[in-house]
Design a protein around this ligand. Structure first.
Ligand SMILES: C[S@@+](CC[C@H](N)C(=O)[O-])C[C@H]1O[C@@H](n2cnc3c(N)ncnc32)[C@H](O)[C@@H]1O
Length: 371
């Protein structure tokens, strides 16, 4: 897949150069410019973007029990990872999906994959350039679920803001038009789990809040993100199984990889929606008779809590807990463990659960990212 990498690098270089020259916001041509690019993307990246979007949608679904979207808009959907993820989280539902993307070859391949996999009839594939000025922007349908996954990073800031605003407007419009039938609408944004991806999500989260939506995940609050920009970044990991083809394509040796991603899920305010009681923001650290959990709290802060063996059921829950999960998993009447100390970044923190070797093909990580 060196060809794909080369094309992508070339496209990114020419995009930057052309943008600087023109002072304009858009690349001259889509990165996924032909069939070969789209096929390479589907083999190389789509398994990971699918798992990341699925993980984000699962967290949204956990905050909205009993709710399922009836109309899905996937902005910059490319080969269609998000419709597949929605089908995984809300299977067997009658749902209309519209995928909008500027790259025709990606949409064509997405349509073929969806048709072959049984999603076809439900999905409409529309070519259009998002983030353009009012005259150039495609008309977007209202939807009670809008996804924007791995797209914001391909857009310059004004277009990025316009896309986030359009996503919020699409759910607000749909829920207003549908009245009682669809009182809830949600926007889910996913970006790579890098410091830059986190910053884009953080900015977008502020815009969603400004548009009147309520953040449901990962944050357990709607206050300012307590992470100090530059010191750390909020992100999570989704396990991706690698087929033999996927391993060959990526030159990796492990039968899986962990896709690091940052996300935010926000919904129209409603009685059924509530954020998590707290969120585990780093891989739990297992110690002898203790589990150390780094939490983002409903009060809008970060803290580390130590759950000792003496706490029985809570300890067992902590031992089974996962990075990215809500905490406590089932809020109980017993008082929670006291905090040890406020936690921002923990440089030099031990790596835990070292049951897997590092994959040489994996990207650079925060000290505690490796499993
Ligand atoms: C990295 S891919 C992500 C595809 C898909 N959302 C996923 O998660 O696998 C980025 C997608 O955004 C699309 N894109 C980038 N800029 C766009 C724009 N201005 N309007 C519409 N689509 C755009 C690209 O064509 C590409 O399909």
């Amino acid at each position: 897949m060196a060809g794909y990498r080369e094309r992508q690098e070339r496209a990114e270089r020419s995009e930057g150069a052309e943008r600087a020259e023109r002072g304009g916001p858009f690349a001259p041509a889509p990165v996924l410019r032909d069939r070969a690019d789209a096929v390479a993307y589907a083999a190389y990246r789509m398994p990971a973007t699918f798992e990341a979007v699925t993980a984000a949608l699962r967290e949204l679904a956990a905050r909205l029990p009993g709710w399922a979207p009836t109309a899905h808009l996937d902005m910059g959907g490319g080969t269609g990872a998000a419709p597949w993820a929605a089908a995984e989280v809300w299977p067997g539902r009658d749902r209309r999906t519209v995928v909008v993307d500027r790259a025709g070859p990606a949409l064509d391949l997405g349509r073929e994959l969806a048709t072959a996999g049984g999603l076809g009839g439900q999905v409409e594939w529309r070519q259009g350039r998002l983030g353009a000025t009012a005259e150039g922007a495609p008309e977007l349908p209202g939807a009670d679920l809008v996804t924007v996954s791995y797209v914001l990073g391909e857009l310059p800031e004004p277009a990025r803001d316009a896309v986030v605003d359009a996503a919020a407007a699409a759910v607000t419009r749909a829920t207003r038009d549908a009245g009682e039938r669809a009182a809830t609408g949600a926007v889910v944004l996913v970006e790579p789990g890098t410091p830059e991806g986190y910053r884009r999500i953080r900015d977008a989260r502020d815009r969603l809040l400004g548009a009147g939506l309520r953040v449901l995940a990962p944050c357990p609050h709607g206050a300012e993100c307590p992470i100090e920009v530059g010191a750390d970044w909020c992100h999570f990991a989704a396990r991706v199984s690698r087929s033999a083809l996927h391993r060959r394509v990526k030159g990796g040796v492990l039968p899986y990889e962990d896709e690091k991603f940052a996300y935010v899920a926000a919904a129209t305010p409603g009685p059924d929606a509530g954020p998590a009681p707290g969120r585990i923001v780093r891989r739990p650290l297992l110690r002898k008779g203790q589990v150390l959990l780094d939490l983002c709290t409903p009060e809008g802060g970060l803290r580390r809590t130590t759950v000792s063996k003496r706490r029985g059921q809570e300890y067992r829950a902590a031992r089974d807990s996962e990075w990215g999960a809500p905490w406590p998993p089932h809020p109980s009447p017993s008082p929670p463990s006291p905090p040890d100390y406020p936690s921002a970044a923990h440089p030099g923190q031990d790596v835990q659960r070292t049951d897997a070797a590092r994959d040489p093909a994996a990207p650079a990580e925060r000290a505690d990212d490796a499993e």
